[in-house]
Design a protein around this ligand. Structure first.
Ligand SMILES: Nc1ncnc2c1ncn2[C@@H]1O[C@H](COP(=O)(O)OP(=O)(O)OP(=O)(O)O)[C@@H](O)[C@H]1O
Length: 351
Protein backbone atom coordinates (compact mmCIF):
# COMPACT_ATOMS: atom_id res chain seq x y z
CA UNK A 1 0.00 0.00 0.00
CA UNK A 2 1.25 3.49 -0.78
CA UNK A 3 3.00 5.39 1.96
CA UNK A 4 0.92 8.24 3.26
CA UNK A 5 -2.41 6.83 2.04
CA UNK A 6 -5.16 7.98 4.37
CA UNK A 7 -7.48 5.28 5.61
CA UNK A 8 -5.25 2.66 3.99
CA UNK A 9 -6.21 -0.93 4.49
CA UNK A 10 -9.83 -0.55 5.57
CA UNK A 11 -11.86 -2.98 3.55
CA UNK A 12 -8.82 -4.33 1.72
CA UNK A 13 -8.01 -7.98 2.00
CA UNK A 14 -4.60 -9.23 1.01
CA UNK A 15 -5.74 -12.84 1.41
CA UNK A 16 -7.42 -14.11 -1.70
CA UNK A 17 -6.80 -10.80 -3.46
CA UNK A 18 -8.49 -10.92 -6.84
CA UNK A 19 -7.00 -7.73 -8.24
CA UNK A 20 -3.42 -6.95 -7.25
CA UNK A 21 -1.30 -3.95 -8.14
CA UNK A 22 2.19 -3.56 -6.79
CA UNK A 23 4.11 -0.40 -7.66
CA UNK A 24 2.34 -0.11 -11.01
CA UNK A 25 3.43 2.75 -13.28
CA UNK A 26 2.27 4.03 -16.64
CA UNK A 27 4.29 6.66 -18.43
CA UNK A 28 3.18 8.02 -21.80
CA UNK A 29 5.70 9.55 -24.18
CA UNK A 30 4.00 12.50 -25.78
CA UNK A 31 5.11 14.64 -28.72
CA UNK A 32 4.10 18.27 -28.44
CA UNK A 33 4.26 20.65 -31.41
CA UNK A 34 6.39 23.65 -30.37
CA UNK A 35 6.90 25.28 -33.79
CA UNK A 36 6.18 24.72 -37.49
CA UNK A 37 8.43 21.66 -37.73
CA UNK A 38 9.54 21.39 -34.12
CA UNK A 39 8.32 18.71 -31.78
CA UNK A 40 9.19 18.40 -28.12
CA UNK A 41 9.06 15.02 -26.46
CA UNK A 42 7.80 14.88 -22.90
CA UNK A 43 6.58 12.24 -20.52
CA UNK A 44 3.23 12.08 -18.76
CA UNK A 45 3.24 9.91 -15.66
CA UNK A 46 -0.43 8.85 -15.67
CA UNK A 47 -0.05 6.19 -12.95
CA UNK A 48 2.68 6.40 -10.36
CA UNK A 49 3.73 3.59 -7.97
CA UNK A 50 0.17 2.43 -7.54
CA UNK A 51 -0.37 -0.44 -5.11
CA UNK A 52 -3.65 -1.90 -3.89
CA UNK A 53 -5.55 -5.16 -3.70
CA UNK A 54 -9.24 -5.91 -4.17
CA UNK A 55 -10.65 -9.11 -2.69
CA UNK A 56 -13.05 -11.34 -4.60
CA UNK A 57 -16.60 -10.09 -4.16
CA UNK A 58 -15.68 -6.56 -3.09
CA UNK A 59 -17.45 -3.55 -4.59
CA UNK A 60 -15.00 -0.67 -4.68
CA UNK A 61 -15.41 2.94 -5.81
CA UNK A 62 -12.43 4.29 -7.76
CA UNK A 63 -12.62 8.06 -7.92
CA UNK A 64 -10.45 11.11 -8.51
CA UNK A 65 -10.28 14.44 -10.33
CA UNK A 66 -10.10 14.65 -14.14
CA UNK A 67 -6.80 13.31 -15.43
CA UNK A 68 -6.04 11.48 -12.16
CA UNK A 69 -5.30 8.19 -13.91
CA UNK A 70 -8.55 6.24 -13.39
CA UNK A 71 -9.14 5.24 -17.02
CA UNK A 72 -5.46 4.41 -17.46
CA UNK A 73 -5.71 2.04 -14.47
CA UNK A 74 -8.85 0.37 -15.87
CA UNK A 75 -7.20 0.03 -19.28
CA UNK A 76 -4.21 -1.70 -17.66
CA UNK A 77 -6.57 -3.98 -15.70
CA UNK A 78 -8.24 -5.07 -18.94
CA UNK A 79 -4.93 -5.51 -20.78
CA UNK A 80 -5.58 -2.70 -23.30
CA UNK A 81 -2.50 -0.88 -21.95
CA UNK A 82 0.75 -2.42 -20.75
CA UNK A 83 2.20 -0.99 -17.50
CA UNK A 84 5.58 0.75 -17.79
CA UNK A 85 6.59 -0.81 -14.47
CA UNK A 86 5.40 -2.74 -11.43
CA UNK A 87 3.31 -5.88 -11.14
CA UNK A 88 -0.36 -6.26 -11.96
CA UNK A 89 -2.56 -9.37 -11.75
CA UNK A 90 -6.29 -9.99 -12.18
CA UNK A 91 -7.43 -13.48 -11.14
CA UNK A 92 -3.75 -14.44 -11.20
CA UNK A 93 -3.48 -13.39 -14.87
CA UNK A 94 -1.13 -10.73 -16.24
CA UNK A 95 -3.71 -8.74 -18.28
CA UNK A 96 -1.42 -7.38 -21.00
CA UNK A 97 0.20 -10.78 -21.65
CA UNK A 98 -2.99 -12.85 -21.63
CA UNK A 99 -5.64 -10.41 -22.68
CA UNK A 100 -7.81 -12.94 -24.51
CA UNK A 101 -7.80 -15.41 -21.63
CA UNK A 102 -8.64 -12.61 -19.19
CA UNK A 103 -11.48 -11.33 -21.42
CA UNK A 104 -13.43 -14.48 -20.55
CA UNK A 105 -13.35 -13.49 -16.88
CA UNK A 106 -13.98 -9.75 -16.96
CA UNK A 107 -16.79 -7.47 -18.08
CA UNK A 108 -16.39 -3.79 -18.91
CA UNK A 109 -19.01 -1.03 -19.20
CA UNK A 110 -17.97 2.42 -20.41
CA UNK A 111 -20.84 4.82 -19.73
CA UNK A 112 -19.76 7.18 -22.46
CA UNK A 113 -19.33 4.55 -25.16
CA UNK A 114 -21.27 1.47 -26.16
CA UNK A 115 -19.95 -1.98 -26.91
CA UNK A 116 -23.20 -2.78 -28.74
CA UNK A 117 -23.60 -2.77 -32.52
CA UNK A 118 -25.21 0.57 -33.24
CA UNK A 119 -27.35 -0.45 -36.24
CA UNK A 120 -28.44 -3.87 -35.02
CA UNK A 121 -31.36 -4.75 -32.76
CA UNK A 122 -30.18 -5.28 -29.19
CA UNK A 123 -30.76 -9.03 -29.33
CA UNK A 124 -28.42 -9.35 -32.34
CA UNK A 125 -25.55 -7.83 -30.33
CA UNK A 126 -26.20 -10.42 -27.64
CA UNK A 127 -26.25 -13.23 -30.24
CA UNK A 128 -22.90 -12.04 -31.57
CA UNK A 129 -21.45 -12.01 -28.05
CA UNK A 130 -22.80 -15.50 -27.48
CA UNK A 131 -20.62 -16.64 -30.41
CA UNK A 132 -17.61 -14.40 -29.69
CA UNK A 133 -17.27 -15.53 -26.09
CA UNK A 134 -18.29 -19.12 -26.94
CA UNK A 135 -20.80 -19.06 -24.10
CA UNK A 136 -22.48 -22.47 -23.61
CA UNK A 137 -26.09 -22.25 -24.90
CA UNK A 138 -27.81 -23.02 -21.59
CA UNK A 139 -25.64 -20.53 -19.71
CA UNK A 140 -26.24 -17.84 -22.33
CA UNK A 141 -30.01 -18.30 -22.18
CA UNK A 142 -30.03 -18.31 -18.39
CA UNK A 143 -27.95 -15.13 -18.14
CA UNK A 144 -29.88 -13.38 -20.90
CA UNK A 145 -33.25 -14.22 -19.30
CA UNK A 146 -32.05 -12.95 -15.95
CA UNK A 147 -30.69 -9.68 -17.34
CA UNK A 148 -33.79 -9.13 -19.50
CA UNK A 149 -36.01 -9.58 -16.47
CA UNK A 150 -34.03 -7.56 -13.93
CA UNK A 151 -32.98 -4.78 -16.29
CA UNK A 152 -36.42 -4.68 -17.94
CA UNK A 153 -35.10 -5.19 -21.47
CA UNK A 154 -37.95 -7.37 -22.84
CA UNK A 155 -39.60 -4.68 -24.96
CA UNK A 156 -36.24 -3.40 -26.21
CA UNK A 157 -34.65 -6.55 -27.64
CA UNK A 158 -35.84 -5.93 -31.20
CA UNK A 159 -35.06 -2.22 -31.18
CA UNK A 160 -31.89 -1.05 -33.00
CA UNK A 161 -29.40 0.27 -30.48
CA UNK A 162 -29.31 3.71 -32.14
CA UNK A 163 -33.01 4.14 -31.23
CA UNK A 164 -32.55 3.41 -27.51
CA UNK A 165 -32.55 6.18 -24.92
CA UNK A 166 -29.35 6.64 -22.92
CA UNK A 167 -30.78 4.79 -19.91
CA UNK A 168 -32.05 1.91 -22.05
CA UNK A 169 -28.73 1.68 -23.88
CA UNK A 170 -26.84 1.65 -20.58
CA UNK A 171 -28.96 -1.23 -19.28
CA UNK A 172 -28.36 -2.97 -22.60
CA UNK A 173 -24.60 -2.48 -22.19
CA UNK A 174 -24.60 -3.82 -18.64
CA UNK A 175 -26.41 -6.96 -19.79
CA UNK A 176 -23.89 -7.36 -22.64
CA UNK A 177 -21.01 -7.20 -20.16
CA UNK A 178 -22.55 -9.96 -18.05
CA UNK A 179 -23.63 -12.59 -20.57
CA UNK A 180 -20.38 -14.54 -20.21
CA UNK A 181 -20.55 -14.55 -16.38
CA UNK A 182 -17.51 -12.39 -15.64
CA UNK A 183 -16.01 -12.64 -12.18
CA UNK A 184 -15.09 -8.97 -12.20
CA UNK A 185 -16.94 -6.01 -13.66
CA UNK A 186 -15.28 -2.66 -14.39
CA UNK A 187 -17.85 0.10 -14.58
CA UNK A 188 -16.81 3.49 -15.88
CA UNK A 189 -19.56 6.07 -15.16
CA UNK A 190 -22.47 3.57 -15.41
CA UNK A 191 -25.10 6.14 -14.35
CA UNK A 192 -23.84 9.19 -16.25
CA UNK A 193 -26.71 11.16 -17.78
CA UNK A 194 -29.41 8.82 -16.45
CA UNK A 195 -32.62 10.04 -14.80
CA UNK A 196 -33.37 9.23 -11.17
CA UNK A 197 -35.48 6.16 -11.97
CA UNK A 198 -32.92 4.65 -14.35
CA UNK A 199 -30.11 5.31 -11.87
CA UNK A 200 -32.07 3.50 -9.15
CA UNK A 201 -32.68 0.51 -11.47
CA UNK A 202 -29.02 0.22 -12.43
CA UNK A 203 -27.86 0.49 -8.81
CA UNK A 204 -30.36 -2.09 -7.59
CA UNK A 205 -29.27 -4.49 -10.32
CA UNK A 206 -25.58 -4.07 -9.44
CA UNK A 207 -26.26 -4.57 -5.73
CA UNK A 208 -28.14 -7.81 -6.43
CA UNK A 209 -25.47 -9.02 -8.85
CA UNK A 210 -22.79 -8.50 -6.23
CA UNK A 211 -24.84 -10.09 -3.44
CA UNK A 212 -26.07 -13.11 -5.41
CA UNK A 213 -23.13 -13.90 -7.66
CA UNK A 214 -20.28 -12.41 -5.66
CA UNK A 215 -19.13 -10.45 -8.72
CA UNK A 216 -16.20 -8.17 -7.89
CA UNK A 217 -16.96 -4.61 -9.01
CA UNK A 218 -14.63 -1.68 -9.58
CA UNK A 219 -16.68 1.45 -10.12
CA UNK A 220 -15.53 4.79 -11.49
CA UNK A 221 -18.09 7.55 -11.11
CA UNK A 222 -18.65 11.25 -10.56
CA UNK A 223 -21.90 10.52 -8.68
CA UNK A 224 -21.38 10.29 -4.94
CA UNK A 225 -24.66 8.43 -4.52
CA UNK A 226 -23.34 5.58 -6.69
CA UNK A 227 -20.55 5.16 -4.16
CA UNK A 228 -22.79 5.70 -1.16
CA UNK A 229 -25.34 3.14 -2.26
CA UNK A 230 -23.02 0.51 -3.67
CA UNK A 231 -19.52 0.61 -2.23
CA UNK A 232 -18.29 -0.09 1.27
CA UNK A 233 -14.82 0.95 0.18
CA UNK A 234 -13.60 3.85 -1.88
CA UNK A 235 -10.16 4.59 -3.33
CA UNK A 236 -9.20 8.12 -4.33
CA UNK A 237 -6.46 8.57 -6.90
CA UNK A 238 -4.73 11.80 -7.83
CA UNK A 239 -1.67 12.41 -10.01
CA UNK A 240 -1.68 8.65 -10.57
CA UNK A 241 -1.16 7.96 -6.86
CA UNK A 242 -3.46 6.44 -4.27
CA UNK A 243 -4.43 9.18 -1.84
CA UNK A 244 -7.16 7.48 0.18
CA UNK A 245 -8.36 3.91 0.66
CA UNK A 246 -11.18 3.23 3.09
CA UNK A 247 -14.83 3.86 3.91
CA UNK A 248 -16.77 6.75 2.39
CA UNK A 249 -17.51 8.17 5.86
CA UNK A 250 -13.76 8.33 6.50
CA UNK A 251 -13.29 10.24 3.26
CA UNK A 252 -15.81 12.81 4.44
CA UNK A 253 -13.92 13.07 7.73
CA UNK A 254 -10.53 13.60 6.09
CA UNK A 255 -12.00 16.26 3.80
CA UNK A 256 -14.23 17.70 6.50
CA UNK A 257 -17.07 17.78 3.96
CA UNK A 258 -20.63 18.79 4.71
CA UNK A 259 -24.14 17.74 3.72
CA UNK A 260 -27.04 20.14 3.58
CA UNK A 261 -30.39 19.74 5.29
CA UNK A 262 -33.11 21.75 3.55
CA UNK A 263 -35.91 22.47 6.01
CA UNK A 264 -39.37 23.87 5.16
CA UNK A 265 -41.04 25.43 8.22
CA UNK A 266 -44.68 26.44 8.60
CA UNK A 267 -43.68 30.10 8.67
CA UNK A 268 -40.70 32.42 8.51
CA UNK A 269 -38.62 32.05 11.67
CA UNK A 270 -35.20 33.18 12.95
CA UNK A 271 -32.32 30.85 11.95
CA UNK A 272 -32.68 27.36 13.47
CA UNK A 273 -30.28 26.61 16.31
CA UNK A 274 -29.09 23.01 16.18
CA UNK A 275 -25.29 22.76 16.56
CA UNK A 276 -23.10 21.35 15.08
CA UNK A 277 -25.39 22.18 12.14
CA UNK A 278 -25.39 25.81 11.10
CA UNK A 279 -27.80 27.78 8.96
CA UNK A 280 -26.12 28.84 5.72
CA UNK A 281 -29.13 30.30 3.91
CA UNK A 282 -32.68 31.47 4.68
CA UNK A 283 -35.42 32.17 2.12
CA UNK A 284 -38.83 32.81 3.69
CA UNK A 285 -39.89 29.67 5.58
CA UNK A 286 -37.09 27.59 3.94
CA UNK A 287 -33.72 27.22 5.68
CA UNK A 288 -30.53 25.45 4.59
CA UNK A 289 -28.35 23.90 7.33
CA UNK A 290 -24.84 22.55 6.73
CA UNK A 291 -23.71 19.61 8.91
CA UNK A 292 -20.72 17.20 8.89
CA UNK A 293 -21.17 14.60 6.13
CA UNK A 294 -19.43 11.94 8.23
CA UNK A 295 -22.30 11.90 10.76
CA UNK A 296 -25.90 10.71 10.48
CA UNK A 297 -28.70 13.16 9.67
CA UNK A 298 -31.18 11.30 11.90
CA UNK A 299 -30.48 12.99 15.30
CA UNK A 300 -30.47 16.41 13.65
CA UNK A 301 -33.78 15.73 11.90
CA UNK A 302 -35.33 14.42 15.15
CA UNK A 303 -34.22 17.48 17.06
CA UNK A 304 -35.52 19.97 14.48
CA UNK A 305 -38.81 18.06 14.20
CA UNK A 306 -39.25 18.22 17.98
CA UNK A 307 -38.44 21.91 18.36
CA UNK A 308 -39.70 23.58 15.17
CA UNK A 309 -42.97 23.58 13.17
CA UNK A 310 -41.69 21.36 10.37
CA UNK A 311 -43.51 20.89 7.04
CA UNK A 312 -40.93 19.09 4.92
CA UNK A 313 -37.21 18.38 4.66
CA UNK A 314 -34.61 16.82 2.39
CA UNK A 315 -30.90 16.04 2.60
CA UNK A 316 -28.51 17.10 -0.14
CA UNK A 317 -25.20 15.35 -0.60
CA UNK A 318 -22.02 17.27 -1.42
CA UNK A 319 -20.88 16.59 -4.96
CA UNK A 320 -18.03 14.20 -5.44
CA UNK A 321 -15.66 16.79 -6.92
CA UNK A 322 -16.10 18.97 -3.82
CA UNK A 323 -15.43 16.04 -1.46
CA UNK A 324 -12.31 15.01 -3.36
CA UNK A 325 -11.02 18.58 -3.68
CA UNK A 326 -11.47 19.18 0.08
CA UNK A 327 -9.78 15.91 0.91
CA UNK A 328 -6.82 16.63 -1.36
CA UNK A 329 -6.54 20.16 0.05
CA UNK A 330 -6.47 18.75 3.56
CA UNK A 331 -3.53 16.60 2.45
CA UNK A 332 -1.75 19.69 1.17
CA UNK A 333 -2.56 19.08 -2.48
CA UNK A 334 -4.71 21.52 -4.40
CA UNK A 335 -6.03 18.76 -6.63
CA UNK A 336 -5.34 21.15 -9.48
CA UNK A 337 -3.50 18.91 -11.85
CA UNK A 338 -1.53 20.77 -14.46
CA UNK A 339 -1.59 18.02 -17.08
CA UNK A 340 -5.21 17.10 -16.37
CA UNK A 341 -6.58 19.11 -19.27
CA UNK A 342 -7.56 17.27 -22.44
CA UNK A 343 -4.55 16.79 -24.64
CA UNK A 344 -4.41 19.27 -27.51
CA UNK A 345 -4.45 17.70 -30.98
CA UNK A 346 -0.81 18.70 -31.49
CA UNK A 347 0.20 16.14 -28.86
CA UNK A 348 0.26 12.53 -29.85
CA UNK A 349 1.23 9.40 -28.01
CA UNK A 350 4.26 7.66 -29.38
CA UNK A 351 4.04 4.57 -27.20
N1 LIG B 1 -2.79 7.67 -24.64
C1 LIG B 1 -2.33 8.67 -23.91
N2 LIG B 1 -1.26 9.37 -24.31
C2 LIG B 1 -0.74 10.37 -23.58
N3 LIG B 1 -1.24 10.77 -22.38
C3 LIG B 1 -2.32 10.12 -21.93
C4 LIG B 1 -2.93 9.05 -22.66
N4 LIG B 1 -3.98 8.59 -21.94
C5 LIG B 1 -4.05 9.34 -20.83
N5 LIG B 1 -3.06 10.27 -20.81
C6 LIG B 1 -2.78 11.26 -19.75
O1 LIG B 1 -2.66 10.52 -18.54
C7 LIG B 1 -3.26 11.24 -17.46
C8 LIG B 1 -4.34 10.36 -16.81
O2 LIG B 1 -5.42 10.19 -17.73
P1 LIG B 1 -6.70 9.28 -17.44
O3 LIG B 1 -7.53 9.28 -18.68
O4 LIG B 1 -6.26 7.96 -16.91
O5 LIG B 1 -7.43 10.10 -16.28
P2 LIG B 1 -8.88 9.91 -15.63
O6 LIG B 1 -8.67 9.88 -14.16
O7 LIG B 1 -9.57 8.73 -16.25
O8 LIG B 1 -9.61 11.26 -16.06
P3 LIG B 1 -11.15 11.59 -16.41
O9 LIG B 1 -11.91 11.60 -15.12
O10 LIG B 1 -11.03 12.96 -17.01
O11 LIG B 1 -11.63 10.57 -17.39
C9 LIG B 1 -3.79 12.54 -18.07
O12 LIG B 1 -2.83 13.54 -17.87
C10 LIG B 1 -3.94 12.22 -19.54
O13 LIG B 1 -3.79 13.38 -20.34
Amino acid sequence: MDRGVKGAGEGAAADGAFIELDGVEKVFDVLRRTGFLRRERRQVRAVDSLSFTVARGEMVGYIGPNGAGKSTTIKMLTGILTPSGGRLRVAGIDPSRERTRLAQRIGVVFGQRTTLWWDLPLIDSYRLMHRMYRIPDARYRENLDRCVELLELGALLDVPVRQLSLGQRMRGDIAAALLHDPEVLYLDEPTIGLDVVSKAKVREFLRDLNAERGTTVLLTTHDLQDIEQLCSRVMVIDHGRLMYDGALAGLHEVGDSERTLVVDLERELPPIEAPPARVVRVEGPRQWLAFPASGSAAPLVARIAAEYPLVDLSVREPDIEAVIAKMLRSLGDTGDRKDAAPRPPSERAVS
